[in-house]
Design a protein. Structure first.
Length: 391
């Protein structure tokens, strides 16, 4: 790295552990853009950065990449790939010319391939072929939880295939096998949301291309009753028809993971958005006994543009917790706090949903806009916030 670039890094306060542009690039880009990562663009080598220099610079300039679009007022998030404005400016400058790029990333080396080891490997039943074109679609796959599988887990992992159309996998336990009762064919995923009765999809966590390992903080776990595991698969066409059959691994809880997570879903109902309409919906959940907020899973379609999660105290004082001000479902990931935050006794957790059915919505699938109601994407809107609360 050149002397000028090194001086800029020091001036901007980039720490010793991240004292080169290559280290900054690896943290924010290479976890997804590796040789066998979930995307088709490999940015893990100097040659790869040079090859995609123009595209990378443009996406950094318009803030599309890295896809870190959430804000946490409750503590740092797991899997965070965010950039400060100064760090973003530094990378944009380094990508200005081929000469600068070659010098700045000369010491870039691929990250070692790591995987969470587990003998509890599950494969989705049947296969779903995502079409070549269209908007975000949702299907639900069922997997029987076999004898010998852990009854308590601390996480789930997934190895995305390069170029996969899958954007999010959300999990729920279906011990009564309610979803199996409405299954139309044994080898076809259900055309429905993954909620199993009153158990919301996401109650057992979620995975995305940018966060393919969902791991609870030390000391916390989720109960996994016998029955079926419902996997809600949200996928977006990737330019060619592709089969989808995710393989996941359950990560068993340890003896020290004694605290338990339970999920609460906040779902606006009766949504009716006229063409051009923008509106907010507010939903509250009253807590008892000072639970911990461990995280939240935000889900929705093209018309959900923002989410804010706040704590409202008994006096009406509002404390911001988590927010996604520019929500794009292709880039959303679970909001999992590294250190769970204890809420006050009697706090209300409030979720504010912002909807946009105007032509200005960058995710708008129709021109001109059409009426939108609660339902499955891409035509409908299934906005949900799943709160992960711990006791």
């Amino acid at each position: 790295m050149g002397t000028i670039a090194a001086s800029i890094l020091v001036a901007l306060g980039v720490g010793a552990a991240e004292s080169s542009l290559s280290a900054l690039w690896s943290r924010t880009c290479v976890s997804c853009h590796a040789a066998r990562g979930p995307t088709i663009v490999d940015l893990s080598t100097p040659a790869g950065v040079l090859r995609h220099r123009g595209l990378s610079r443009a996406l950094l300039l318009d803030r599309t990449m890295p896809p870190s679009i959430s804000h946490s007022h409750a503590g740092p998030l797991s899997g965070e790939h965010g950039l400060t404005p100064d760090e973003r400016a530094l990378l944009v400058q380094a990508l200005s010319t081929r000469e600068e790029t070659a010098k700045a990333f000369a010491d870039l080396t691929p990250l070692p391939q790591t995987a969470v080891k587990s003998e509890h490997r599950l494969v989705g039943r049947g296969s779903w072929t995502v079409p070549e074109r269209g908007g975000m679609q949702v299907r639900t796959m069922l997997i029987p939880i076999e004898v010998g599988a852990p009854n308590r887990i601390r996480g789930i992992s997934w190895q995305p295939e390069p170029g996969t159309p899958i954007r999010m996998l959300s999990f729920a336990a279906d011990p009564a096998r309610l979803l199996r009762m409405i299954e139309t064919a044994p080898d076809e995923p259900l055309q429905c949301m993954g909620n199993a009765g009153a158990v919301p999809s996401g109650a057992l966590g979620a995975l995305t291309r940018t966060m393919p390992s969902f791991m609870l903080p030390d000391g916390w776990a989720m109960d996994l009753p016998p029955g079926d595991l419902a996997i809600e698969v949200a996928a977006e066409p990737a330019g060619r028809a592709m089969p989808v059959r995710p393989t996941i691994q359950l990560i068993p809880a340890r003896a020290s993971d004694s605290r338990t997570i339970h999920a609460v879903a906040l779902m606006p109902s009766g949504l009716e958005l006229a063409p051009g309409a923008c509106e907010e919906r507010v939903l509250d959940h009253a807590t008892h006994g000072s639970p911990h907020l461990v995280g939240a899973i935000v889900k929705g379609g093209a018309f959900l543009r923002s989410v804010a999660i706040d704590a409202v105290g008994p006096t009406g004082a509002v404390r911001p917790l988590l927010s996604v001000p520019d929500l794009r479902m292709a880039f959303i990931q679970p909001l999992l706090l590294k250190t769970p935050l204890q809420l006050g006794d009697g706090d209300i957790v409030r979720a504010t949903f912002g909807f946009d059915n105007s032509i200005a919505n960058p995710q708008q699938p129709y021109d001109p806009p059409r009426p939108v109601v609660t339902g499955m994407p891409p035509e409908g809107e299934d906005a949900t916030v799943v709160l992960l609360l711990g006791t």
